[in-house]
Design a binder for this molecule. Structure first.
Ligand SMILES: N[C@@H](CCC(=O)N[C@@H](CS)C(=O)NCC(=O)O)C(=O)O
Length: 222
């Protein structure tokens, strides 16, 4: 099984899909593609029918889309609690994972994942306030219910989906309650996350569209 993913520093969907097999000890080959440089889009298109990564390749099967990759892994390795064990928790975990997948566009656009950077005060909080409010409420309900440290107690696919949000809170020093900060720390403390992070901060490539200083300069020039 091969997982093709993009720049560890910037690619939030890649991080989500990678954390699951890595945390659950599922063997897979890793293949990095870049989101910059000549011909990068064509290169991804050659490997992924959607032209996007992550993409999981298992024999003849080529699966793009993060949630589909996670479901495929969960079905292939039912002995691993990729989704929580209880039916009610599984329903809630899938619900918040879908909410992440389809939502929070303002936060994703205004605060791109950038693991190696520290950019306090550069995100317009008014733009992301609604998304942050909902994420805080969702995290706090689930953490109260489970007792933490992860959304359903043990780390699950739901946490993989929200890990990039945790990094945005840290990178941009977004306002967050104590409980949310504690959750951010739990994400950073996960050994699989650390493995990704250590590699991410060493990457030399710059993706201009995901650099907030460049985004702000472009917006100011408009
Ligand atoms: N809906 C896709 C989104 C994947 C996605 O947008 N990936 C970005 C990298 S984080 C990408 O491939 N971008 C390439 C492009 O936009 O051309 C998923 O869930 O996997």
């Amino acid at each position: 099984m091969r997982l093709i993913f993009a720049n560890r520093n910037y690619s939030s969907w890649s991080l989500r899909a990678w954390l699951v097999p890595k945390h659950f000890g599922i063997p897979f080959q890793e293949e990095l593609v870049l989101l910059s440089g000549e011909g990068w889009r064509e290169n991804i298109r050659r490997l992924s029918p959607s032209g996007r990564v992550p993409v999981l390749i298992d024999g003849d099967l080529v699966i793009p889309e993060t949630l589909a990759i996670i479901e495929y892994l969960a079905e292939s390795f039912p002995e691993k609690a990729i989704w929580p064990r209880s039916k009610a928790d599984r329903a809630l975990a899938r619900s918040v994972a879908s909410e992440m997948h389809g939502g929070f566009a303002a936060l994703r656009e205004a605060a791109p994942m950038n693991l190696r950077a520290t950019h306090p005060g550069k995100v317009d909080i008014d733009v992301v306030a609604d998304d942050l409010r909902r994420i805080e409420a969702l995290w706090s309900d689930l953490l109260d219910r489970s007792g933490g440290p992860y959304l359903f107690g043990e780390f699950s696919a739901a946490d993989a989906m929200y890990a990039p949000v945790a990094t945005r809170i840290r990178t941009y020093e977004l306002p967050a309650s104590d409980a949310a900060q504690e959750y951010v720390e739990a994400v950073y403390a996960l050994p699989a996350f650390q493995e990704w992070y250590v590699e991410a901060v060493r990457e030399p490539w710059i993706v201009e569209d995901d650099e907030i200083d460049i985004m702000r300069a472009r917006a100011a020039a408009r």
